[in-house]
Design a protein around this ligand. Structure first.
Ligand code: NAP
Length: 243
């Protein structure tokens, strides 16, 4: 499929490592001008040594500072809300501060960044595309993931309301919902062999997702090749959610 992001400005959050970092590099290969937003400056510094992107270092859990930073970026054609944290505990031990931090980054920041970006897309009148990184955890109960699962379920539903309200402005909003990807975040929940093998046994394809599996789906949903796709959650899970 012939996809190009020439003359497109794309904002990716959580660009410093993991899936976001791989996505940034792919978008640059497809010709996009990429604004890479993340929390840790060192990660952005090494990314900038690899590819030509505009770095924005900001903590998305700080609503006002993040909002101002995103305003300063100016108009973009595409947005990927990828930044998130996974703070895991058994349900009975889940901490209120972890709930607040998780929802601040995983959900509230999606609302914050998307509001600024969508307002500017509406003013320009050229439409746009938004992809939110959700998870299989939005639809399947995973042990020790109570807060994370709840935050990703919120992302799914937030995305659907965004699709409903922004669609008339020619702004499409979709989610991707990967299974485990062995990034720094993936290692938090799944590096123990017994946990990994239990999860793998529930994935018909018999493997975890690679960052590239997620990147390819995000690129498609951001591109004009998915022009009539709006408000969906795409599992990238080798069939986990089908079983
Ligand atoms: P990751 O390797 O931990 O990377 C997360 C990125 O988000 C990092 O660059 C991190 O910045 C950034 N970030 C976190 N908190 C932030 C904040 N407050 N402000 C700004 N940036 C912040 O995670 P990943 O595995 O690539 O996950 C990417 C997305 O996929 C997430 O939405 C995640 O929930 C979702 N997902 C992951 C998996 C998985 O198994 N890995 C599965 C399903 C869905 P730093 O540079 O400071 O670390």
């Amino acid at each position: 499929m012939d996809i190009s992001f020439q003359n497109k400005r794309v904002l990716v959050t959580g660009a410093g490592q993991g899936i976001g970092r791989e996505l940034v590099k792919a978008l640059v290969r497809y010709g996009a001008e990429v604004i890479a937003l993340s929390r840790t400056k060192e990660h952005l510094d090494t990314l900038c040594q690899e590819v030509n992107v505009t770095p924005v270092c900001v903590d998305l859990s700080d609503w006002d500072t993040a909002r101002e930073a995103v305003r300063k970026i100016g108009p973009v054609d595409c947005l990927v809300n990828n930044a998130a944290v996974a703070l895991l505990d058994p349900f009975l031990k889940a901490k209120p501060e972890d709930f607040d931090k998780s929802f601040a980054v995983n959900v509230k920041a999606v609302l914050n960044v998307s509001q600024v970006v969508a307002e500017s897309m509406i003013q320009r009148g050229k439409g746009g595309t938004i992809v939110n990184l959700s998870s299989q955890a939005s639809q399947a109960a995973l042990a020790d993931h109570a807060i994370y699962c709840a935050s990703k379920a919120a992302v799914d539903q937030l995305s659907k309301v965004m699709a409903l309200e922004l669609g008339p402005h020619n702004i499409r909003v979709n989610c991707v919902n990967p299974t485990v990807v062995m990034t720094e975040m993936g290692k938090i929940g799944w590096s123990k062999p017994e946990k990994a093998s239990t999860m793998l046994s529930k994935i018909p394809m018999g493997r975890f997702a690679e960052p590239e599996d997620v990147v390819n789906a995000v690129i498609f949903l951001l591109s004009s090749k998915s022009d009539m796709i709006n408000g969906i959650c795409v599992p990238i899970d080798g069939g986990f959610l089908a079983c």
